[in-house]
Design a protein around this ligand. Structure first.
Ligand code: AMP
Ligand code: MG
Length: 337
């Protein structure tokens, strides 16, 4: 199949929307990462998303709507807290897991009786949802297991020949996927996947925010995941990623003793000046690190890095999202130095 590269002009967005309406898959920019969008109610189209990504069938897709008020159409129950959260955070990088109804097929929800609902703020994604009139199922537009795409070029790299079109809407603003939450009882939120809507931001609207155990810890064999995506190795470039937790001095000391010739280090912007080995930087603040992390992991593959020592990010605020992606990219290999 030939993959057409579309611009963000109204005429091209209309083409993208038409393709989706007709059961095709399209790569679409969002404010988090690029998504692979199809009509969430079209089982054949959704199956093609799983096939294009090589995604396990039990890993559910998030359904994207133009407005949170449309969620009533696809769910069987919406708690009061969900409306309050939506008022504050929709449109934006928040996904709420809610009980689904029959308009969302089991293929889309990975066999679960719940569905993740998100209202994206990116004008291109928003317009395509509006023009298509479809609820759009969209996972990240990468090959399953590989770092998520934050530019149209990343999507073309993974999906050229596998999808009908890719819309170029520039670099993704946040750079990590949405915060996925479940609502428990009247005023408790469980974070299933951390993102740029942080624990503290959620705490402004509810009594308790639980960070699910699987966000920072590897699931034991046979342990049930609250979010199926947490079972799988994720976000990994070809290079072997090892996270080092500690200060810059200890980091330099460690790298000097571990074959710096064949490795790269991925460090903070401000570390660069004093760093004596081959390195790349991935920002200074947590927001910058979120924005850059996936692009840097892809770049490290392009330059042929075989082993990468990463200076571990903070786990505070948005840092938790960056840490969660990196710990999976590293296959949970973290060394405290
Ligand atoms: P991606 O599509 O790559 O952004 O990944 C979506 C993530 O959201 C995966 O980790 C899923 O496990 C999670 N997710 C989506 N829908 C649900 C749901 N109904 N229940 C729990 N987790 C979900
Ligand atoms: Mg993904």
């Amino acid at each position: 199949m030939e993959t057409v590269l579309l611009s963000d002009s109204e005429a091209d967005l209309l083409k993208a929307a038409q393709l989706i309406k007709n059961g095709n898959i399209v790569g679409i920019p969002t404010e988090t990462v690029y998504g692979l969008g199809a009509d969430a109610s079209n089982e054949a189209a959704v199956r093609n998303i799983f096939a294009a990504k090589g995604r396990p069938a039990d890993n559910p897709l998030i359904v994207h709507l133009a407005d949170f008020s449309h969620a009533v159409k696809y769910t069987s129950y919406i708690p009061e807290l969900a409306y309050r959260l939506a008022e504050r955070f929709c449109p934006g990088p928040l996904t709420m897991v809610l009980p689904k109804n029959d308009l969302i097929p089991m293929v889309t929800s990975g066999g679960l009786d719940t569905v993740g609902i998100r209202v994206p703020s990116h004008p291109v994604m928003h317009r395509i949802i509006e023009l298509s009139g479809c609820p759009i199922a969209a996972p990240s537009a990468n090959t399953s297991g590989y770092p998520s795409p934050t530019s149209a070029a990343h999507v073309m790299n993974d999906m050229n020949g596998k999808v009908a079109a890719v819309v170029d809407g520039g670099e993704s603003e946040f750079g990590v996927e949405s915060t996925v939450i479940a609502i428990e009882g009247e005023s408790t939120v469980r974070i299933l996947r951390p993102g740029c809507i942080t624990k503290d931001m959620l705490l402004e609207l509810c009594d308790e925010v639980i960070i699910d155990h699987a966000i920072l810890n590897e699931l034991a064999a046979g342990e049930k995941a609250a979010s199926p995506g947490m079972k799988y190795k994720h976000y990994s470039p070809k290079a072997d990623i090892i996270m080092l937790e500690g200060d810059l001095e200890s980091f330099i000391d460690f790298v000097s003793k571990h074959d710096p010739e064949n490795t790269y280090s991925l460090i903070y912007d401000e570390d660069g000046e004093k760093f004596p080995f081959r390195y790349m930087t991935y920002g200074g603040t947590s927001l910058e690190q979120a924005h850059q992390i996936f692009a840097k992991l892809r770049e490290l593959d392009e330059i042929g890095a075989e082993k990468v020592f990463v200076r571990a990010p903070s786990k505070e605020g948005v840092g938790l999202a960056v840490y969660n992606r990196l710990i999976r990219a590293a296959g949970f290999e973290v060394i405290r130095i």
